[in-house]
Structures are given as structure tokens and as C-alpha cells.
Design a protein around this ligand. Structure first.
Ligand SMILES: NC(=O)c1ccc[n+]([C@@H]2O[C@H](COP(=O)([O-])OP(=O)(O)OC[C@H]3O[C@@H](n4cnc5c(N)ncnc54)[C@H](O)[C@@H]3O)[C@@H](O)[C@H]2O)c1
Ligand SMILES: [Zn+2]
Length: 414
């Protein structure tokens, strides 16, 4: 594949609109309305239609969760516990704390009831259970309700939910699950906020229910930006590209370097290794349509990194300190040749639920603080009050809000 420079890249690149079609949008609106009106019955109907499952019950019995956990092999149990402990420790360390400033206090409170969407249509993601539920738990959320289109009685998603002590689990997926969490049904209660990744139907539904409930963000196909140089390990870089590409045919991989020769080495090695990849069909599709090898100067590559604001940025470069410092916008940055992105998918600590498709320019990865809300407590001393009440009263007067003025002046001391 021929490399391009930053200008050529920006001229040809556009945000991923292919992810949502007008038809999908209409279908999702219909689903939302139907669930609002027909509640559990609509959930049963859509689960039959889209997932081919005739459910007796929407809520998963606790015994299924327990059974799933008990049947896990010891090695995966141990791995899940390692991940759990690291994620918990990280979230605790970044949790906002109340700030007492004398006349003002800024306080954080956990959300009361949260809905977590765990994807399950085509694969199971125990890592997504960990990366969404743990931040909510560390925040102190009282009730966590999880929906997932996972229908085997015994499975690793249920097992992971059991490990975390989640009891409210419902086998519903797609837009209908988001609708249930947003509006409530006989079985699933309306929540305050919905978080968690999912496919296009889930993403569109979250966008449409925003305002009725809070949402974390809208995740599109995964992406990585690799910033590499001659000192990087060619095979390691190739596997980092493949690891992202194997997620989704629409996953995007940006390979940036100041060295054309190095990019060529990586591209050639990709061709050699691609045939051996178990998920080569997805990887080939993704690489053919959404792989961008970009060669330019440091200055231009930093500019374009901030423009792309990729979900994952991996800097494997002799001068990684300077490059990482200059990158202002990214979902998460993986610095150094050892700290690859895949370690962050599972056990590093920070949540792998990250902003995609340039939204890191204004939003951030899911974390404990997304499951809290905050407010100010204002309590002025009389001395402060008397020193500023005159100014407030004048502004009230000029706004023509005379009851405001009276409310202020009735407390004024002569
Ligand atoms: N960003 C992250 O952290 C992260 C982590 C894990 C997974 N993911 C992403 O989550 C997604 C999972 O997608 P998935 O499809 O496997 O599972 P999913 O659970 O997101 O969606 C499955 C549901 O989609 C609905 N659906 C399917 N076809 C439909 C149709 N024609 N009309 C209406 N609804 C329909 C069904 O109800 C089904 O239950 C992937 O894109 C994956 O990359 C992201
Ligand atoms: Zn990944």
C-alpha cells in the first residue's frame, strides 16, 4: 500500500458516516416507540425476531450467573480477578473527591440507578463487563442493571457478572434493550444513565434516548493511531495493526511515521503475515478500506494526530516523551514499545470504553466519574453577603426582576 502525507490524508478522510443509515435510524425509532408502549411484550417480540430466542423470562436467574462462574476454569477465573483488582485500584485512584472551599463546597454523589449494555450479538465480551461495571461500582452506584443478548445458560459474560456481584441481568440486546433502560418496562426499571458499547443499533438508540436519560458516549468502530520510527519492532507494529483490524471490517488503523522506509517494511511484513491470521477475512477487509499509512514531518504528524483524536494512540518511538506531550486529543495513549494497546483491552486498568471517530476532541473514556453527578453548596458568611448584596440588587433592578431585588435587600443590614 502506498503511503500518503498529511495533506493528502485530510483531503480524502471523512468521519465514518457509513456506520448509520437512514433506514437503521427509522428502524430504531420504531423499536423505541414500540418498547415505550408495549414494554416487556415488545422486548419478547424483538428478541424472537432479531435474536431467534423465545424467552420465558427476561431476567436471568441468579442461579445461572452462579453456575456460570462455578464452571469457569481456574486460569480464566484468576485472569478475571487480576483484571478486576487492577481496574478497581485504578478507578479508586482517579475518583473525584469533594472540595471544601469554605463558603462553597463542591460535592460528588453517585448516580442512583445505572444501566449497562454488554454486547453479545456475535461474541462475548467479559472484558466489557469489567470495564463498565467496575467504574460504576467504585462510584458507589446503588443499583446496576445489565442488559445483554447472551442466551446460553452457562457463559462467561454471566460468570463475570457474578464475580462482580451484579444481580440484575436481562437477556435483551440492541435498541430494544436501550429503550427498556431508558423508559422502563414491567421487568426492567428506568435508569438514570446508560453506559456501554454495542453495535450500530445500540449506538443509534443511545443517541436518540439522550436527554430522557444520560448516556456515556456513542461508540463507533474501533481505531488505533500508531506513531512509530526505525527503532520500533516491525512484527510488533504489524500485530498492533492486525489486533485493531480484527475487531471489525470498519475498524480504522492509522500508521504514522517520519520514515517512509520503516512504513514500507511494516506494509511488506503485513502482507507476509496476513494469511496466517485466524480472523484474516475481517482483517483484510479492514486493511483494504480503512488503513492509512501516513509519512510526513514531526510537526505535521502531531497536527494530524490531534485532528484524528484516535480512540487508541500507541507511541513507539525513540522520542516518545516529546511526542506524547504534544498529543492533546486521544481516547487513551499507550506509551512505549512494551505497553501495547491490547494490554489495555483487558488488564492494564483504565476502561477500554473510549471515544471513537474524532469524538475524543470533546469527550473522554468511561471512568468512575461518569457515574457520579455533582453540585455546589453555597453558604456565604454574613460579612460576604453584606459586601456583595448591593451589586446583586443593581443587576436585578436593571433586569427588571423586582422580587429578586426585594429578596436581596430584605436581608441587607444598614
Ligand atoms: N468500544 C468498546 O469498548 C467495545 C467493546 C466490546 C465490543 N464492542 C463493539 O460492540 C459491538 C458488538 O456488536 P454485536 O452485534 O456483536 O452485539 P450487540 O450486543 O451490540 O448487538 C446485538 C443486537 O443487535 C440487534 N440487531 C441485530 N440485527 C438487527 C437488525 N437488523 N435490526 C435491529 N436490531 C438488530 C439485536 O437485537 C441483537 O441483540 C461490536 O461493534 C464491537 O466492536 C466495542
Ligand atoms: Zn482491541
Amino acid at each position: 500500500m502506498k503511503s500518503i502525507n498529511v495533506k493528502e490524508f485530510i483531503d480524502t478522510f471523512s468521519s465514518d458516516e457509513s456506520y448509520t443509515s437512514a433506514e437503521q435510524l427509522k428502524n430504531v425509532m420504531d423499536i423505541l416507540n414500540d418498547v415505550r408502549q408495549n414494554k416487556d411484550q415488545a422486548l419478547l417480540d424483538y428478541t424472537s425476531r432479531f435474536d431467534g430466542q423465545e424467552l420465558d423470562e427476561i431476567k436471568v436467574p441468579l442461579s445461572y450467573l452462579k453456575e456460570s462462574y462455578e464452571q469457569l476454569d481456574e486460569d480464566i477465573k484468576k485472569a478475571l480477578v487480576t483484571a478486576k483488582e487492577r481496574i478497581e485500584a485504578y478507578e479508586k485512584s482517579i475518583k473525584y473527591e469533594d472540595r471544601n472551599l469554605g463558603e462553597f463546597t463542591y460535592v460528588y454523589r453517585p448516580l442512583e440507578r445505572v444501566g449497562i449494555y454488554v454486547p453479545g450479538g456475535t461474541a462475548l465480551y467479559p472484558s466489557s463487563v469489567l470495564m463498565t461495571v467496575i467504574p460504576a461500582q467504585v462510584a458507589g452506584v446503588k443499583e446496576i442493571h445489565v442488559t445483554t443478548p447472551t442466551f446460553e445458560r452457562n457463559n462467561i459474560t454471566f460468570a463475570t457478572l457474578y464475580l462482580l456481584g451484579v444481580e440484575n441481568v436481562y437477556t435483551v440486546g440492541g435498541a430494544q434493550a436501550v429503550a427498556a433502560l431508558a423508559y422502563g418496562t414491567e421487568t426492567i426499571p428506568k435508569v438514570d444513565k446508560i453506559a456501554g458499547p454495542g453495535n450500530a443499533y445500540v449506538a443509534i438508540a443511545k443517541r436518540l434516548v439522550y436527554g430522557d436519560v444520560g448516556i456515556d458516549s456513542i461508540a463507533g468502530p474501533s481505531e488505533i493511531l500508531l506513531y512509530v520510527d526505525e527503532s520500533s519492532d516491525v512484527d510488533a507494529v504489524v500485530y498492533d495493526v492486525f489486533a485493531q483490524a480484527e475487531h471489525d471490517p470498519n475498524a480504522r488503523t492509522f500508521l504514522l511515521s517520519e520514515s517512509e522506509a520503516f512504513i514500507q517494511k511494516v506494509e511488506q511484513r503485513m502482507e507476509e503475515l496476513i494469511e496466517d491470521q485466524p480472523r484474516k477475512e475481517i482483517i483484510k477487509h479492514s486493511v483494504a478500506n480503512n488503513h492509512y499509512p501516513i509519512v510526513d514531518t514531526r510537526e505535521n504528524l502531531i497536527k494530524v494526530s490531534n485532528y484524528i483524536a484516535a480512540e487508541h494512540v500507541s507511541v513507539q518511538h525513540e522520542e516518545e516523551d516529546a511526542i506524547v506531550d504534544a498529543i492533546d486529543y486521544a481516547g487513551a495513549i499507550f506509551k512505549g514499545k512494551t505497553t501495547c494497546e491490547a494490554i489495555g483491552d483487558y488488564v492494564a486498568g483504565p476502561s477500554h470504553v473510549l471515544p471513537t471517530d474524532r469524538t475524543a476532541r470533546f469527550s473522554h473514556g468511561l471512568n468512575v466519574n461518569d457515574f457520579m453527578t455533582s453540585h455546589s453548596i453555597i453558604s456565604l458568611t454574613n460579612e460576604t453577603y453584606q459586601s456583595i448584596v448591593g451589586d446583586a440588587a443593581i443587576i436585578a433592578d436593571r433586569e427588571g426582576l423586582f422580587a429578586h431585588k426585594a429578596s436581596l435587600l430584605v436581608r441587607k443590614e444598614d
